[in-house]
Design a protein around this ligand. Structure first.
Ligand code: 13P
Length: 338
């Protein structure tokens, strides 16, 4: 498959991406919230339960893994990438090493992980990965994001993407403008515009073939502490407008992060975007919390109740699959739970 074909398969209509690439530190937070000990066997247990779920075949085009997970075997003996491929999805891998304080602007971050990346990419390809992820993080505050953060993170994203294409994999380019703060939706729009423009400027300089990439952006939403709430239609209109203006049309697929929105909000907003999508972009989800929150809660109640954990995951995957086609509704949400 060409990189363009892989990118399109990851974002195919009716499907999206499961972001199961929480680092050991992030999954520790998730497990703490459900009183589960952060042990390797528990991390494997939760993840293989999701990867074995029936919704994988119908609604998941790709799965983003963490370094530990791509090297694990299921209790039945196959490797995790083999299990994912058997379910008809493409295995992928998070390759960044996290967001660290940015020297010169210590309250902001720069994503690290470029040193030795070429060698690590070879290893991941041999383990079955066909796409990768790198997340840059931008916060909104009075003086932030600084141009230093916007330029340095875009530069790192572009160097990452060029190395990934050299290794014959599709880079997911993830510039995440955080929802934290009291800024309004228009501020999110202007910051996201600046961030996307610098990303595509750097991707061009680094000769990245945009046809073999997937963009993973935030939606255009008000800050979580903003008093002016926006409805789903406004979020959809502003998000689509921002993407059409700032993302080159060569990019085949756009897969949103959920970024702290609730499961229902992230389905509803994706659905509203697809209902008015008059662009050529395939627009879908690449959710972590948006796909896993209910399943995680069931796992916390009883780790061995595979059926209940999978039922919760199947439901969210189906709802988001519908949203990727603009066919989700609140009624369907209720029917499926019953
Ligand atoms: P959320 O959907 O929970 O924001 O996670 C997506 C992700 O992969 C962030 O990098």
């Amino acid at each position: 498959m060409t990189l363009n074909e892989i990118a399109k398969k990851m974002c195919a209509k009716g499907k999206g991406i499961l972001a199961a690439d929480e680092s050991t530190g992030t999954i520790a937070k998730r497990f703490k919230s459900i009183n589960v000990e952060n042990l390797e066997k528990n991390r494997l247990g939760f993840r293989q339960t999701l990867f074995n779920a029936s919704a994988m075949k119908d609604f998941i085009g790709g799965v983003i893994l963490f370094d530990e997970t791509i090297k694990q075997k299921t209790t039945l003996g196959s490797t995790i990438p083999e299990l994912i491929s058997k379910q008809g999805a493409i295995p992928g891998i998070k390759v960044d090493k996290g967001a660290k304080p940015l020297a010169g602007s210590n309250e902001e971050t720069i994503t690290e992980g470029l040193d030795g990346l070429r060698e690590r990419l070879k290893e991941y390809y041999n383990l079955g990965a066909r796409f990768t992820k790198w997340r840059a993080v931008y916060k909104i505050a009075e003086k932030f994001p600084s141009s230093q953060s916007i330029i340095s993170n875009a530069h790192a994203l572009a160097r990452y993407a060029a190395l990934v294409q050299e290794a014959n994999m599709v880079p997911i380019v993830e510039p995440e403008v955080l929802m934290d703060g009291s800024h309004n939706i228009d501020k999110c729009y202007t910051v996201t515009t600046d961030v996307l423009n610098e990303c595509y400027n750097q991707l061009h300089i680094h000769k990245v073939d945009l046809k073999g990439t997937v963009l993973k952006p935030n939606m255009i939403v008000p800050g979580s502490d903003c008093k002016d709430k926006s409805n789903s239609e406004e979020i959809a209109k502003k998000t689509l407008e921002c993407l059409k203006k700032n993302v080159p049309s060569d990019v085949p697929g756009i897969a949103f992060l959920s970024g702290g929105q609730s499961e229902i909000e992230s389905s509803k907003n994706l659905n509203s975007i697809n209902r008015i999508n008059d662009s050529n972009f395939l627009i879908t989800f690449s959710y972590g919390r948006g796909l896993q929150a209910s399943a995680l809660s069931e796992f916390g109640k009883n780790q061995s109740n595979i059926e209940k954990i999978q039922k919760a995951f199947n439901h969210r995957a189906k709802m988001n699959g519908l949203s990727s086609k603009g066919e989700w509704s609140e009624d369907l949400e209720k029917e499926s739970v019953a």
